[in-house]
Design a protein around this ligand. Structure first.
Ligand code: SF4
Length: 237
């Protein structure tokens, strides 16, 4: 099943402290009124311009095999290749907060308004993260409605370009999901347009299958190790 998901603007509005943390301000709070004013202004612009929407499509493990292997450029051993063969359900997804926000970020940088441009860029990135959480919740609820997700189940999303899944995997993913339907296109460098978009696969199954270590060959070069927090979150789903 392939479903377009309307995402309310309120579901993708980051808090001001989230935006400030995203800007590298510890604790997400500052006494600098100039920075606070920039954050407030970026949130107002983002709220006016964002047009969040998403797309989700169930996919069998057999069909996902060809999506995952894509152009054949993945790392030899990845968490996703260990997890998806033993998962219960898979779905391709894409979300975007729309082109107008990305256009405005580009316009601000072109006008040398780097401070507001960077703040709006962070705001839109946080919004795109929230849209991804929204589509995860949507798919989780769909599975629950079909008795395919219970208290022993968990869900994680994986995206081409991360954790050993080569970014060129976007090509096959786009051929199958066809997110042009919601205004997301892929360029020759596998970059999505609008830029503030996310695509990947939602993987659902027993919580224990997501409990992987961060010791893959490419993890040494990872600056965030966000998988640690993401795995913890699986246990409270
Ligand atoms: S350490 Fe980084 S690259 Fe390695 S699995 Fe975790 S998030 Fe992915």
């Amino acid at each position: 099943m392939r479903t377009t998901v309307d995402i309310p603007v309120g579901a993708v509005m980051p808090s001001i402290d989230t935006v400030l943390k995203g800007q590298g301000i510890p604790g997400g709070a500052t006494d600098d009124e100039r920075v606070m004013a920039l954050a407030r202004k970026s949130l107002l612009i983002y709220k006016r311009l964002c047009q969040p929407t998403g797309l989700v499509r169930d996919i069998s493990k057999t069909d996902f095999d060809s999506v995952y292997h894509g152009e054949g450029r993945n790392e030899a051993h990845t968490p996703l290749m260990d997890i998806y063969p033993i998962a219960d359900s898979l779905a391709l997804f894409a979300i975007t907060v729309g082109g107008d926000v990305s256009d405005d970020i580009a316009r601000l940088f072109e006008a040398n308004d780097f401070a507001l441009g960077a703040m709006l860029d962070t705001t839109a990135s946080e919004g795109a993260e929230m849209a991804t959480r929204f589509i995860e919740n949507h798919y989780r609820q769909c599975l629950k409605n079909q008795d395919r997700f219970d208290s022993s189940s968990g869900m994680l999303s994986f995206c081409p370009g991360y954790c050993g899944w080569h970014v060129s995997g976007q090509k096959r993913l786009f051929e199958v999901l066809r997110p042009g339907h919601i205004g997301i296109e892929l360029n020759a460098s596998f970059l999505m347009q609008p830029l503030k978009s996310v695509s990947g696969v939602l993987v659902a199954g027993p919580k224990r299958i997501f409990d992987f270590d961060d010791d893959y060959a490419f993890c040494n070069a990872c600056g965030t190790h966000t998988c640690r927090e993401r795995i913890k979150a699986v246990w409270v789903q």
